[in-house]
Design a protein around this ligand. Structure first.
Ligand SMILES: Cc1ncc(C[n+]2csc(CCOP(=O)(O)OP(=O)(O)O)c2C)c(N)n1
Ligand code: SF4
Length: 276
């Protein structure tokens, strides 16, 4: 028996390493449905998709995906992806990784990809923690929360990636949540047709590590708590994008711009100055 999305998986690599009830699988399957929709509508082909990731539980996805893929060092998925996109502009280059991979060690690359408006789809699976390494505080961990490195509660201010990327005039900035998989699919589908940088933060759960810290007895309890907090908005105001654990967390398409993408700018310049 096979699943219709199996053609996008390296099934010989299964079973995967993800813990039972982990939110990452929901993100990956929504991403595959979005890609499949584009392919079946004839917008691009299976061979036109490339996926790049760094290190972490979410970043592990590239090992299981049946696309041209690269699993590079921690935090460096975006620079690798930029090189790939510049050399092969026809590719739809997707970066997938955790909040640590993309907003902590890789944060500098993210902000310069946004500044340059590089034509990538970046999916940041935000479980608000370093999952793979055992639950250390991340720059996305909400205030006051217990982690293994903040045993008395997190006293740092978290980074709000939505506000950061909005300030840099990124072409597409959305926040989704594993509690609303159809919206993850819709935003990724849209992101894949956008010129310039398209960034999607997906709120996720890490029941095995973070869930235990938060006192949830199982994955369903954690999922239900996230669902209780998450509110989809049609046009969410950027001022409502801060994440405070226990308060309403607003998801939706925060920013849609129409700036020229990096690849077009680079090739325009090359064509102008490097003729003959
Ligand atoms: C240069 C480097 N520094 C640190 C690590 C250790 N490390 C591996 S994964 C990770 C963070 C994982 O967190 P995140 O990116 O949020 O992904 P998650 O596992 O939560 O999906 C860290 C610090 C590493 N592999 N390489
Ligand atoms: S450690 Fe957390 S993020 Fe990593 S696979 Fe397990 S549940 Fe998912």
């Amino acid at each position: 028996m096979s699943h219709p999305l199996d053609r996008y998986l390296r099934t010989d690599r299964l079973p995967h390493i993800w813990c039972p009830g982990c939110g990452i699988g929901i993100v990956v399957s929504a991403m595959l449905r979005a890609i499949d929709k584009h392919i079946s509508e004839g917008h691009f082909s299976h061979d036109d998709v490339a996926v790049v990731s760094g290190i972490g539980c979410a970043a592990r996805a590239t090992l299981y995906l049946n696309f041209d893929s690269a699993h590079v060092i921690h935090g460096r998925a975006i620079p690798f992806a930029i090189g790939l996109k510049l050399v092969k502009p026809r590719l739809k280059v997707i970066v997938i990784g955790g909040d640590g991979d993309i907003a902590a060690i890789g944060g500098n690359h993210l902000l310069h990809a946004a500044r340059r408006n590089v034509d990538l789809t970046v999916i940041m699976v935000n479980n608000m923690i370093y999952g793979m390494t055992g639950g250390q505080v991340a720059p996305t961990t909400p205030p006051t929360i217990y982690t293994t490195t903040t045993p008395y509660g997190n006293y740092e201010y978290p980074i709000n990636v939505i506000k950061l990327l909005s300030a840099l005039n990124t072409n597409y900035v959305a926040r989704a949540s594993i509690t609303h998989p159809h919206l993850i699919e819709r935003y990724i589908y849209k992101a894949l047709s956008i010129e310039g940088l398209a960034f999607i933060e997906v709120l996720s759960t890490c029941p095995e590590v973070f869930g235990r810290h938060l006192g949830f007895k199982n994955a369903v309890e954690f999922f239900n708590k996230l669902k209780e907090m998450v509110r989809p908005y049609e046009k969410p105001p950027i001022e409502r994008s801060d994440i405070v654990w226990g308060n309403e967390i607003v998801i939706g398409e925060y920013v849609i711009n129409n700036r020229e993408g990096f690849v077009r700018s680079v090739y325009k310049s090359l064509n102008k100055w490097c003729k003959g």
